[in-house]
Design a protein around this ligand. Structure first.
Ligand code: SF4
Length: 513
């Protein structure tokens, strides 16, 4: 038994939902970006919550040939929980039958011991979801399961297809009936349309039709197949545990279950794992890679290795670069935990400025069912992060942040720091301003959600209530991120240059209308 698994079995793990409470802005010099938007779909009003932090896309995990496939997948999803908190699911196979469990909520909410015992077999695929195409409802939880001619398939998908509407319309005209509003279901329909030519060829044909970002794990009764889009937007890696193979969005899941990282699934690669071993198909001509640079800045866990580099180390380099680009005089630098933690370490190491934790995070914030009273000012901010007056009083402070999306939460936090006595507050951000939406699986799909799309740095500084605001330059970010610089990364949300153009009318809910 691997030591990581053993430790987890002995302990009881729980994850509590951290909920951000938002407060209305009353002092805005620029109108605040709304936190709720509404869309009418087929006569029904759908309320969409707009968050002030970017929301992760999804996490996928798969196990082939391990007696504890379901338990390993459970812990794998646990490690990937940061990539999606709306729903979780798992499908397992004995080689003859498949078993399924999906639900809304966190991994710990969806699975219990009884459910895991029911997920029998030596193969499993799992998914944690944050909805980036299709609304957040139970029917859209993944893995998506379908059966064709008695042969079941289950797919877990991370990313967004950018030609989903067009493909879905064509399939519907040919008689396909869709069960969900997820783009991932399109992959399964295309696959079953061509299944007569055999699974491998059908998959190649399918991937030649779909466009956009996809890092997927597909399970049949007796195979696990991992595949990644030719651009390689989202990460996907291969590991080994005992004699079994593991596929995961991030390597932090390998560490938890005691698996050994072998390699990344290459962009454009289809990796088939079966009783016969590994078989790799690379049907696409070599093309420029466009890894999502925001995985390094914000999404991925710092203890993961993404695109061959440790995320913690990259974030520290971003902070060091910030310190070189923006020498600032202040008493100390601090992050708002946990965003900006690692960039703040790099910033302080390079600048020689002391690092302090001027706000303390409450790690055990759950859902509150009692409304705070009027006298509990700034409850929404302080319930999660409480400023330490003794540290902040009469001090000049540099906040190291990893991104600013709407700016409204930053504004409330800065106000709380001023009330705690801070004299000067400067903010440095470890990436350039987000001015453009992401169409590849991150949930800021409209410019309306991004304060920097409509306002200058000076205006954002004033809105948040800062003494100064500096963003890392694009060349500085690329230098710190390493790899091949501009030729290796997607930078679309910063510079508007999209590696793949999305179809017209693309949005999170465009498959619902
Ligand atoms: Fe990542 Fe931004 Fe490109 Fe989206 S647009 S894939 S968030 S770099």
């Amino acid at each position: 038994m691997p030591s990581g698994m053993e430790a987890l079995r002995r302990g009881k793990l729980t994850v509590r939902l951290l909920q951000e409470h938002h407060k209305e802005n009353t002092l805005s010099r620029i109108p605040p970006v709304p936190k709720i938007t509404k869309k009418v779909v087929r006569g029904k009003v759908i309320r969409l919550r707009l968050f002030d932090r970017p929301k992760e896309s999804c996490g996928v995990f798969g196990v082939f040939d391990h007696e504890d496939a379901a338990k390993l997948t459970y812990f794998g999803l646990y490690a990937l929980q940061h990539r999606g908190q709306e729903s979780a699911g798992m499908v397992s196979s004995t080689g003859k039958s498949i078993f399924e469990r999906k639900g809304m909520g966190l991994v710990a909410d969806v699975f219990n011991e009884h459910a895991l015992n029911g997920l029998r077999g030596h193969i499993a695929v799992g998914h944690v979801r944050y909805s980036t195409t299709g609304s957040s409802v139970a029917k859209n939880a993944q893995p998506f399961v379908a059966s064709h001619a008695g042969r079941p398939l289950a797919i877990a998908h991370n990313g967004n297809l950018t030609n989903a509407k067009e493909l879905r319309n064509k399939l519907e005209k040919k008689g396909s009936i869709f069960q969900t509003t997820m783009d991932s279901e399109i992959i399964v329909h295309l696959l079953t349309h061509n299944i007569k030519m055999g699974l491998e060829e059908a998959l190649v044909k399918t991937l030649c039709k779909i466009e956009g970002a996809y890092s997927c794990v597909l399970m049949t009764k007796d195979r696990l197949i991992a595949f990644r889009d030719p651009n390689g937007f989202r990460p996907l890696c291969l590991g080994l545990l005992d004699e079994g193979y593991i596929v995961s969005s991030e390597t932090c899941a390998f560490d938890l279950i005691g698996a050994r990282y072998i390699r990344d699934i290459d962009p454009g690669e289809i990796l088939i794992i079966s009783e016969g071993g590994l078989k790799s198909i690379r049907p696409f001509p070599e093309q420029r890679k466009t890894f999502c640079i925001f995985e390094y800045i914000y999404f991925a866990r710092p203890d993961s290795t993404i695109y061959g580099q440790n995320v913690y180390a990259v974030r520290k380099r971003l902070g060091k670069k910030l310190a070189r680009e923006y020498p600032i005089e202040a008493d100390f630098a601090m992050p708002f935990p946990d965003s900006g933690n690692y960039a703040a370490i790099g910033f302080c190491q390079e600048s020689g400025m002391p690092l302090e934790m001027g706000v303390i995070r409450n790690h055990y914030v759950g859902r509150t069912f009692i409304e705070p009273t009027q006298s509990m000012r700034d409850f929404g901010v302080k319930v999660k992060l409480n400023p330490v007056k003794e540290i902040l009083n009469q001090k000049r402070v540099v906040i190291v942040e990893d991104s600013i999306i709407r700016g409204t939460t930053s504004r409330l936090r800065i106000k709380a720091l001023r009330e705690a006595g801070a004299w000067e507050i400067h903010m440095v951000v470890s990436c350039p301003p987000h001015r453009y939406p992401c169409y590849y699986g991150i949930d800021f799909s409209t410019t309306g959600e991004l304060i920097a799309s409509q306002h200058s740095v000076e205006e954002i500084k004033n809105f948040i209530g800062l003494d100064s605001l500096c963003y890392l330059s694009l060349p500085g970010m690329l230098e710190a991120a390493g790899l091949g610089g501009e030729n290796s990364f997607c930078l679309a949300c910063f510079n508007g240059k999209y590696p793949i153009q999305p179809e017209q009318g693309f949005s999170k809910l465009h498959l619902e209308s």
